[in-house]
Each structure stands twice: as C-alpha cells, then as structure tokens.
Ligand binder design. Structure first.
Ligand code: UD1
Ligand code: CA
Length: 486
C-alpha cells in the first residue's frame, strides 16, 4: 500500500501591503468572489496538505476572522514583527515540529495562480528529489521582483532581490513568483542560517536557494506554463489588471463549457458562480457570490445578481437581485429589484419597477408593474395589479400579507398587513384593504363617484379644458341644431 506523500502548506499573509494605501490588509482585498489570500488557499488545495499554516501579522485579527470563514481548517500563526519572508516561514515551521515531506510556500498576494500549476510544481519537486524548487516565469517587466540567477549550465545558483542586484542581474527577466516547494529538513536547516545582511535588513526566504545550492543540495526551477499566473498585486492599479485578467479567464471557461456571453469585456462573473449550458449572459452584467444560473436562462443586459438562483429557461432583464430564488421559466424585469427572501415559482412574473423582499410568488403568479411586495405570500396564478403596495411596516413591526391562489388584486391598491386575501377573491382597484377578503368575494373600499356637472365651464372658463368640453358637447348636439349652424 502506497502512503500519501506528507505535505504542509504555508501561506505568507503577514504583510501590510503599504502600496494598497488601505485600512484593509492587502490579502483581504476582493477579486471576483474571493479575497487575494482566498484565491491562494484555493490554488494550494491540490497539495492535499496535512496542515495549512497561514502566517498573519498586520491586522492579524481581521485576517484570522476571514480565515475562520473561508478556510476554517487553516491554522493562523502570528508573526508579530514582519522581519521578512524567511522569518515568516521559520515561525510557521516552529508551529509544526512534526511536519514531514514537502513544505509548499505561497505568497499571499498571487491570486491568479492555478491549482494545476501548484500540482505540477510539487510533482517536479518531489520527482527530482530536490531540497527546494521555485516557481519562475519569464516576464516582460521584472521591476521589483526577485531574479533567478542560473550558472553557465543553466542550473539555479541563487535568487537575488532587485534592491540587492547588480545591473547585470537586474537585466534578467526570469523572476521568482513567490511560490516554492521545499524538503522540510533542507528548509529548516537553511532557515537557521539566514542572515539579514541585505538592503532591507530582513530574513529573505529566497536566500534558502543560494544556501542549499552552495551546500550541494539540489535545487531547481519550475517554469510556469503561463507567466500571467505569477503576477503579484502591490497596488490597486495592479489589482484592477488582475481582475480583468481573471474576468477573461472565467468568461472563457464558461463559454467553452456551453454558456453564451454576449460581451465578455463587460461581464463579471465571480469564481464562485455556476452556470449551466445554453444559458445566455447579456452585456454589462455581474454574477456574484453564490449565484447559479440554470440551463437556457437569459440574464441581462445590465443585470446584477448576488447570491441568486436562476431557474432553467428564466429571463432576468435589467435587474438588481440579492438573495433571490427565481423559478424555472419565470420572468423578471426590466428594472426590477429583488431583495433577500424573494422566491418566484415556475412561470411567475415580476415586471417593471417592482421591488420584492421576503416575498414568495406561487407558480404563474404575476406582479407585472410598479409595485412593492414586502413580507408576502402570493398564491399560484394570482395577479397583482399595477401600483399595488404591500404595506408591511407599521413603524415598529414588519407584518405579513397572504394572497391566496388565483386571487385578483386591482390596480393602485394598498394591502395593509397583517391581512389576508383568500383564494379566488377580488380586490377592487384603488382600495385600502386591512380586513380579510373572503374566498370568492370582492373587497372594495372606494368612495362612490360623484360628478359635478358644468363645473369646468363655471370655475375654469376660458381654459383649453373648457373649450375642449364645449366642442365635445357641441359635436354631440342633435342633428337639427347642427344643420342650423351650417
Ligand atoms: C517576494 C520575493 C521576491 C519575489 C516576489 C514575488 C522575498 C525576499 N522576495 O518579494 O523574490 O519575486 O515576492 O511576488 O521573499 N510576508 C510576511 N511576512 C514578512 C514579509 C512578507 O508574511 O515578514 C508576506 C507578505 O504578506 C506577502 C508575501 O510574504 O504576502 C511576500 O512579501 P512581499 O513583501 O510582498 O515580498 P516581495 O518584496 O514582493
Ligand atoms: Ca509582493
């Protein structure tokens, strides 16, 4: 029986990220559905590590709270002072004295890294029986990054930080991505020998490579198949570039799996979203968080869905939705606002300028125009007329309204909760309803209509209205009078 290889993952996330100029630690900045460190943790998953250590320091409590949410099995280890990446890994390893096999170290700010690349790095490292392997990439602009220095035979000699590099070394365009695999004993040994004799006076993890190489411990380079994956993030301009790159990657993957995306440049889909075949996402739309779109649904244009479920064949047009469940073949929009607790049944309809919250619409129920539906249950096949308000708030409490199956509520009605419209009941347009309307009854609260004859002629004489009324009356006059006038 072959044993699973022993591995430990260490993610470095103690730095402040000064150039972000933010109250939020750099690694907690969001990027299409995960934080930077969240992306790195996801990329490290295929390592199948026995333990995942995250080194925290700057605003450690915030970072720890986030980890508890997204990676509860990860163990935060505090690096009280940020004395460098080597120092950070040394502290991490002190927390796992029994770690064996391979230690995979990842900078917390490399969010485009693919899990496949981490797997390949580990495989290459373990197959080569090396002391250490670094993920490298050839980039057009290596400014600010550590350079991979190779000997005449092409073997890794050392990694040199830009600030400590000679002009010749600075000219090298092969850079250190900040992702590594180490043999744990080689790593421990080398970390104990790190100096702070460099421009920043810090313990550099990168110095481990030079130390091992000169001691004859084999070290290697694994070149990333796609240099973009290795891009770090130091300021918000870089973050925006990474966001656009990730957007393109996510959109392309969905298109290749059978989803139509009409304008990929203006479509932003979080990595946490799922979409089925033959769904269509129209321009300028955002699918965020825990959103799912089922087969054949059409979403957009100009639609934002947050934590929203869209059923098969549904159409959601120019809509903002948070925490809603939209049933199969339902239609929503244009200009609808669905809030948490909205549940739309099969073929239900929410139309233009309608806001819903904590509202359940049965199969085929319709709220087609200009309404607020808060804290309500609406039965199947009911129709809620234009301009209906579910008055759910009495200033202190939120109250519920129930509309039964196949009820009909006329336009411009206020349903004052708590109240019930029973199945098959009608409500006359313009009513203010606060008592039960029994099944099959018509509820009406309107004052009877009264017409004051001749009022316009007396009180608005000489206006266009008075003239129009006069012409209308004249045209209606008996035939005899008309011929006389001719
Ligand atoms: C590091 C590498 C550099 C590489 C680059 C890739 C070193 C010395 N240099 O440089 O060769 O090209 O990454 O992006 O490693 N951190 C801690 N504790 C510390 C210092 C840093 O946890 O004491 C964390 C940071 O939060 C960050 C990561 O380590 O997630 C990298 O630190 P950073 O300061 O960004 O290193 P670079 O200067 O970019
Ligand atoms: Ca960095």
């Amino acid at each position: 029986m072959s044993q699973a290889p022993r591995r430990t993952v260490v993610v470095l996330a103690a730095g402040e990220g000064k150039r972000m100029k933010s109250a939020t630690p750099k690694v907690l900045h969001p990027l299409l559905g995960r934080t930077l460190v969240g992306h790195v943790l996801a990329a490290a998953e295929p390592a199948g590590a026995e333990q995942v250590i995250v080194v925290v320091g700057h605003k450690a409590d915030q970072v720890k709270a986030h980890l508890a949410e997204v990676a509860p099995s990860a163990v935060p280890v505090l690096q009280a002072e940020q004395n460098g990446t080597g120092h950070a890994v040394r502290i991490a390893l002190e927390a796992v004295p029994d770690a064996g096999g391979t230690v995979v170290v990842l900078n917390g700010d490399v969010p485009l890294l693919r899990p496949e690349t981490v797997s390949s790095l580990i495989e290459a490292h373990e197959a080569g029986g090396r002391g250490a392997t670094v993920l490298a990439a050839e980039v057009p602009d290596p400014t600010g990054l550590g350079r991979i220095v190779r000997d005449a035979a092409g073997n890794l000699e050392r990694i040199v930080e830009e600030r400590d590099a000679s002009p010749q070394v600075r000219a090298i365009r092969e850079i250190n991505a900040g992702i590594y695999a180490f043999d744990v004993s080689s790593l421990r040994e080398a970390l104990s020998k790190l100096s702070t004799d460099n421009d920043q006076g810090e313990e550099y993890l990168t110095d481990v490579f030079g130390l091992l190489a000169s001691a004859g411990d084999p070290v290697g380079v694994f070149v990333a198949p796609d240099a973009q994956e290795t891009l770090g993030c130091n300021d918000r301009a870089e973050l925006a570039k990474l966001r656009a790159l990730l957007r393109d990657r996510v959109n392309e993957a969905w298109m290749r799996s059978g989803v139509s995306i009409l304008d990929p440049a203006t479509t932003w889909i979080d990595v946490t979203v799922t979409i089925e075949r033959d769904a269509e996402i129209d321009q300028n739309s955002q699918l965020l968080g825990d959103t799912t779109v089922a087969a054949g649904a059409i979403v957009g244009p100009d639609t934002t869905l947050i934590d929203t479920t869209v059923g098969a064949g549904a159409v959601v047009l120019r809509t903002h939705s948070i925490g809603a469940r939209i049933g199969d073949e339902a239609t929503v929009g244009p200009f609808s606002f669905l809030r948490p607790g909205t549940k739309l049944g099969r073929k239900a309809k929410v139309g233009g300028f309608v806001e819903t919250k904590n509202a359940e619409l049965g199969d085929g129920a319709k709220v087609p125009h200009l309404s607020y539906v808060g804290d309500a249950t609406i039965g199947a096949k009911s129709n809620i007329g234009a301009g209906t308000i579910f008055a759910n708030y009495d200033g202190v409490n939120k109250n519920h309204t129930t509309v039964g199956e196949a009820a009909f509520v006329g336009s411009d009605t206020v349903l004052i909760a708590p109240v019930e419209i029973e199945p098959g009941a009608y409500v006359a347009a313009g009513s203010a309803i606060q008592k039960t309307v029994p099944a099959g009854s018509l509820g009406v609260t309107r004052a009877p209509q009264r017409n004051v004859e001749g009022w316009v002629a007396r009180r608005r004489a000489g206006t266009v209205s008075a003239e129009a009324a006069e012409r209308f009356e004249a045209a209606k006059a008996p035939e005899g009078e008309i011929s006389e006038a001719e």
